[in-house]
Write a protein that binds this ligand. Structure first.
Ligand code: S3P
Length: 448
């Protein structure tokens, strides 16, 4: 799983993209399904699990904690869990490679058990801040030894007993909220998490589905208050993972930008905490329609049809950031082709993703002749003609790689990325799916 060789790749200006396509399973739901499966007693069956580097890291971690995780010949993943509080001390270090969600949620699980767990990751993950999950766990009584700045590698050891806390999440982060809730599963008492700004709620929904006593209430100031009663008996479930809206996003933007395209992306998760990009693209004038909207496993899903459109620049308010946090790189690419300026605000969290995404996007745009202005937590992109012809540094960031490959399909000249292998962390058949729709790629860095 370790990322050894970089694979440069170029996306070439392409003819119309047409057809139906399905993005792989949602990454957030896939991580959580494996984790809650490991904490339930009995067999959880997961269909549509994302089979990517990040999720395989979580599968391996759950095995290291003693759960059985297997893929059947019917493509269904079966997890035999140990019950809340039943994790076993891992024999070796747990390597989460590139997976920020995986490691942060697993730190929450491990930190509530009275044994030592050591986590490592790749160069990208080892640069990312872990204090955001370690601090609340320390408040609950866990002990941590970490590299300076609370970075990986780190070791966490839970105490016995530990106490639940009331935690106000200081930054908009579903990972932090989820780490605290997962820790709370293993204590007597009620864990309270207050979210001033709502973020994706898959952990809450899935905990409820697995039988936990969890409630959500809206406070007068608009904050969300989540209360979880500790030590529930989680019941194994059948989970169907819908397609990831954050991966589908690349297909939407490709269909909108490549002239004469008509693409339908099927089974897309339409949870309102994830649909900020769809709202924004529509404001930009995208011909984007949702068809066959339906309910599946407690979530709304639908097929999203996009037809090539002339986009116009818009102002994207900071309140929308949590519902489209992973989509800014590809939105910036869409903005480069739009008429006028697109201003995106409230982007501080982009600086601590798999790369400093704000800087990586700005450099990528500039390398392809697009004018932009990078603020501390904002980005302004001046749209129009996109020359292309640049090679973009991806910094071990899958979404930077995919975003600029989409740019190359619609720019005047090819766009290259210095590494496409990293795409395997979230969307292993990205290139294949796009080729099937009519996109052209060439191995190596073609661009000047
Ligand atoms: C995720 C939460 C977001 C997102 C990440 C997945 C999750 O991170 O960027 O890709 O599954 O909880 P933050 O919680 O850091 O915003």
């Amino acid at each position: 799983m370790t990322h050894v060789f970089a694979q440069p790749l170029s996306a070439l200006p392409s003819g119309p993209l047409t057809g139906r396509v399905t993005a792989p399973g949602d990454k957030s739901i896939s991580h959580r399904a494996l984790m809650l499966g490991a904490l339930a007693v009995g067999e959880t069956a997961i269909s549509g699990l994302l089979e990517s580097g990040d999720i395989m890291a979580t599968a391996a971690a759950m095995r290291a904690f003693g759960a059985t995780v297997e893929r059947g010949t019917d493509d269904i993943w079966r997890v035999n869990g140990l019950g809340t509080g039943g994790l076993l001390e891992p024999e070796g270090v747990i390597d989460f490679a590139n997976a920020g969600t995986g490691v942060r949620l697993a730190i929450g699980m491990a930190g509530a058990h009275a044994f030592a767990t050591t986590f490592v990751g790749d160069a990208s993950l080892s640069r990312r801040p872990m204090a955001r999950v370690l601090d609340p766990l320390r408040d609950m009584g866990a002990e941590v030894i970490a590299r300076s700045g609370d970075r990986l590698p780190l070791t966490i050891r839970g105490a016995d007993p530990m106490a639940p806390i009331e935690y106000r999440v200081p930054m908009p982060s579903a990972q932090v909220k989820s780490a605290v809730l997962l820790a709370g599963l293993n204590f007597d008492g009620v864990m309270t998490v207050i979210e001033p700004v709502a973020t994706r709620d898959h952990t809450e929904r899935m905990l409820k589905g697995f039988g936990a006593d969890i409630t959500t209430e809206r406070a007068e100031d608009g904050a969300t208050i989540i209360r979880l009663v500790g030590r529930p008996e989680l019941k194994p479930q059948r989970v169907t993972v819908p397609a990831d809206p954050s991966s589908s996003a690349f297909l939407f933007v490709a269909g909108l930008l490549v002239p004469d395209s008509d693409v339908t992306v099927e089974n897309v998760l339409l949870n309102p905490s994830r649909t900020g990009l769809i709202v924004t693209l529509k404001e930009m004038g995208a011909d984007l329609t949702i068809e066959n909207e339906r309910q599946s496993g407690g979530e709304t899903i639908g097929d999203v049809r996009v037809r090539a459109s002339r986009l116009k620049g818009v102002h994207v308010p900071s309140e929308r950031a949590p519902s489209m946090i992973d989509e800014y790189p590809v939105l910036a690419v869409a903005a480069a082709f739009a008429e006028g300026d697109t201003i995106m605000e409230g982007l501080a969290e982009l600086r601590v993703k798999e790369s400093d995404r704000l800087a990586a996007v700005a450099r990528g745009l500039e390398a392809n002749g697009v004018t932009c202005r990078e603020g501390d937590d904002s980005l302004a992109v001046t749209g129009g003609r996109v020359r292309g012809g640049g090679t973009v540094a991806t910094h071990l960031d899958h979404r930077i790689a995919m975003s600029f490959l989409i740019m190359g399909l619609a720019a005047e000249q090819a766009v290259s990325v210095d590494d496409s292998a990293i795409i395997g962390t979230s969307f292993p058949d990205f290139v294949e799916q796009l080729k099937r729709l009519g996109a052209d790629f060439a191995d190596g860095a073609e661009a000047a």
